[in-house]
Design a protein around this ligand. Structure first.
Ligand code: HPA
Length: 285
């Protein structure tokens, strides 16, 4: 997937939306509702964008929405391309390549994830502080195009520290507003911070695998985000990542895991999640 293809896709998107955009949000499973809140929006189905693949998974609408939140123009990727769908990594990261060519500098990646920690319950959020790439492949494998970035990019701070501080501060003020007057809810019930471990999927993990990833340092497991985060950092973009904890990972409870539950939990936390996104966007722009 060449640099020229990304430039072509970027030019196409820019021809549909005149205002300049600094921030893109990628919405995970069950979290697509945020895109409905944009004002003066323009919707572009992925199949209309040159060189974009098509999203196949249920719960992913497969469109790019450009519009305003609180007067700030943003791009929202409603539905992403997952490795487990059979796309190669170049297709999975192509939207991020395109956003880079559009001049977008800030990226907020969201996803649904399973918790490997008893402390982090379904319905809470986890700010990603770092990741483990257990997908079995690096998204930058292959010939490097220096116009995107360096051959051996540094990954010390994939998740921008200043963005993390902003998300935590905004979560704290939301928590204070919502849980004030002695309501017995600590901030930690709502926003955690931890390591996101990306697996290729599409199966959920076995209980033995969950114990392994936990030992390796994972706080949450999921099937996305890392390819995009790596491609964004390769291009020098600043990244924030937020997981919606939709379930306890396999074997942590008696429950089995199913996609419907993942979607439902995403929808249940949609309001507080949208609020956190809105506030974060206003601070990072
Ligand atoms: N494992 C992997 N991916 C997921 C999970 C999980 O438990 N929940 C939501 N996405």
């Amino acid at each position: 997937m060449s640099y020229e293809n990304a430039v072509e896709a970027a030019e196409f998107i820019k021809s549909k939306y005149a205002k300049s955009i600094d921030t893109v949000i990628v919405l995970g499973s069950g979290l697509g509702a945020f895109a409905d809140d944009l004002e003066n929006e323009v919707r572009i189905p992925y199949e209309a964008i040159p060189h974009f693949a098509r999203s196949t998974v249920e719960g992913h609408a497969g469109q790019l929405v450009l519009g305003e939140v609180g007067g700030i123009s943003i791009a929202v990727q409603q539905g992403r391309f997952h490795y487990y769908e059979g796309y190669d990594m170049e297709q999975v990261t192509f939207p991020m390549r395109t956003f880079g060519r559009m001049g977008i500098k800030n990226v907020i990646l969201t996803n649904a994830a399973g918790s490997t920690s008893t402390e982090m319950t379904p319905g809470s959020l986890m700010l990603i502080s770092d990741h483990l790439n257990c997908m079995g492949v690096n998204p930058l494998r292959g010939k490097n195009d220096e116009r995107f970035g360096a051959r051996f990019p540094d990954m010390t701070h994939v998740y921008d520290r200043e963005f993390q501080e902003i998300v935590v501060a905004e979560a704290e003020s939301i928590a204070q507003e919502r849980f004030k007057n002695g309501v017995d809810k600590k901030l930690t019930d709502f926003l955690h911070r931890g390591i996101y471990c990306a697996l290729s999927g599409p199966t959920y993990e076995t209980p033995a695998e969950v114990r392994l990833y936990r030992l390796l340092g994972a706080d949450a497991v999921g099937m996305s985000t890392v390819p995009e985060a790596v491609a964004a950092r390769h291009q020098g973009m600043r990244v924030a990542g937020i997981s919606c904890i939709t379930n306890f990972a396999a074997g942590m409870t008696e429950e089995l895991i199913n996609h419907a539950e993942v979607m439902e939990t995403g929808e249940r936390v949609a309001e507080i999640f949208k609020e956190l996104l809105r506030r974060t966007i206003s601070r990072i722009n």
